[in-house]
Structures are given as structure tokens and as C-alpha cells.
Design a protein around this ligand. Structure first.
Ligand code: PEP
Length: 250
């Protein structure tokens, strides 16, 4: 069965006003979006509800993080069940900024993935290597090591609620996009790893998307690759060209 094309917009801690964030929702409301693309946007948590109220397109929302517990003394955290109750169906986990700036380990990311799925959230799970790791030929090893903990925590049926975002750290926010061949090669390896570690059926059905300096001008070529099932977009999700990326396969 064909995998539905998926485009996520990770706004990160942008924009810095509610009005600008709502304007991005309005941009999507007024755009012609490919009905075959599943679109999910992740505004800053404070703006999730206002954006949900503004959107009139079939665009879903994601939080950019969630904790492993339902409630308790965890200052500054948001629980998966609080998100679910607020009507937020998705969460981004394991983004490299959280791994690097907030010291999140692959074990913690796996626990967060388990907790989110237990709360009926769907997960955009980010993995990817640094430039040094790529240059020393460790790309696949690193991606597999990051995935290994998640594979250990999940049952085969959980994977239908997971999208894997392959995001080479060297491509995030740098303007240095992976070539279509580099994205395809790594994503095919990730799929092989799922086939081996989970099952061939899960590998075939799971969406593996690419993230890292995707723009309107490079998205079409990347989208032709058989193992590139969509994109996770940072900077360009804050611009009108996000619509062109959503429509990359149109
Ligand atoms: C991201 O942060 O997930 C990302 C891919 O960012 P950018 O598109 O800006 O490289």
C-alpha cells in the first residue's frame, strides 16, 4: 500500500508573537493544499490552541515536546495526556535541538515515545547524524543506535502512529540540504533496519520523512525518491513557500 505523503512544519520557538503565528495558520487556510498530503504543524506550545481555533483546513497540530509522566512535580514540562485532552494529536520527539541543547538521550526519547503512544498521541520521531559522524562513515550506525531504544519499547502495532524524521544535524537550519541520493540512501537503510528489527510489514508501512534545509526549490527532487515519504520543515515552514513544499508531489 502506498504511504501517504506527510509534511510537518516545526516552527520551533518562532514566531515571537501570537499575531504572526496566527498569520501562518491563515496562510494555510487561504492556500490550495494537495489533498493527498497529510499536513501537521508544530507552533510554540503557547499558541497551539489559538492556532487550532484559527485553522479551517485539514491540518493537524503537533507539540514540539512532551514529558514521560502524566502529571506531577516536573516544572516546565507538558504531559502527553494534557496535550491529548487539549486536542493536540501529534508530538515531535527527539529533535536534534532537544538532544543537543537539552541533553535528551536516545533512552529518554524512547521513553517519551512510549508515553506519548500510551496516551494516544502520534509521534514524529527525529533521528540523524552530525557532520563528524557522516564524515567518519557512521551515518547508518548512528541512526540505528538512536532507533534501537525505540524499537525495544514499541510493539509492532504502535508503529502505525509513528513517522520517522531523518534529519541530518548538519543540514538543520544550515542551508546545506542533503542531496536526494543521500536522503534516499540513508532512509532506505532505516527502512531495512525496521524490517529487520520490527517486521517487513511495519517497514513497508512506516513513513520516513526527510528534514534539513528543505525549501520550495529543493523539495521536488527530494520528493521523487522512493523512501522519502515527506518532509519535516523548520525555517521554510514560517514562509509562504511552505505551501509549495506541502505540494511537492502535486
Ligand atoms: C527542523 O528543525 O526540523 C528543520 C528541519 O529545520 P530547517 O528546515 O530549518 O533546516
Amino acid at each position: 500500500m502506498a504511504r501517504q505523503f506527510f509534511v510537518g512544519g516545526n516552527f520551533k520557538m518562532n514566531p515571537n508573537t501570537k499575531a504572526q503565528t496566527l498569520a501562518l495558520a491563515e496562510l494555510l487556510n487561504n492556500a490550495q493544499l494537495d489533498p493527498n498530503t497529510e499536513v501537521v504543524i508544530a507552533p510554540p506550545s503557547l499558541y497551539l490552541i489559538p492556532v487550532a481555533e484559527k485553522l479551517n483546513k485539514p491540518v493537524e497540530l503537533a507539540a514540539q515536546n512532551a514529558y514521560i509522566k502524566t502529571s506531577g512535580a516536573f516544572t516546565g514540562e507538558t504531559s502527553p495526556s494534557q496535550l491529548f485532552e487539549a486536542g493536540i494529536p501529534w508530538v515531535i520527539l527527539g529533535h536534534s535541538e532537544r538532544r543537543v541543547l537539552f541533553q535528551e538521550t536516545s533512552e529518554l526519547v524512547a521513553q517519551k515515545t512510549r508515553a506519548a503512544l500510551d496516551t494516544q498521541l502520534k509521534v514524529i520521531l527525529c533521528i540523524g547524524e552530525t557532520l563528524e559522524e557522516r564524515e567518519s562513515g557512521k551515518t547508518v550506525e548512528v541512526c540505528e543506535a538512536q532507533l534501537k531504544h525505540v524499537v525495544a519499547q514499541l510493539k509492532p502495532e504502535d508503529w502505525k502512529n509513528v513517522v520517522i524524521a531523518y534529519e541530518p544535524v548538519w543540514a538543520i537550519g544550515t542551508g546545506k540540504v542533503a542531496t536526494a541520493a543521500q536522503a534516499q540512501e540513508t532512509q532506505a537503510e532505516v527502512r531495512k533496519y525496521l524490517a529487520k528489527g520490527v517486521s517487513p510489514a511495519v517497514a513497508e508501512a512506516t513513513r520516513i520523512i526527510y528534514g534539513g534545509s528543505v525549501t520550495a526549490s529543493n523539495c521536488k527532487e527530494l520528493a521523487t525518491q522512493p523512501d522519502v515519504d515527506g518532509f519535516l520543515v523548520g525555517g521554510a515552514s514560517l514562509k509562504p513557500e511552505f505551501v509549495d513544499i506541502i505540494n511537492a508531489r502535486k
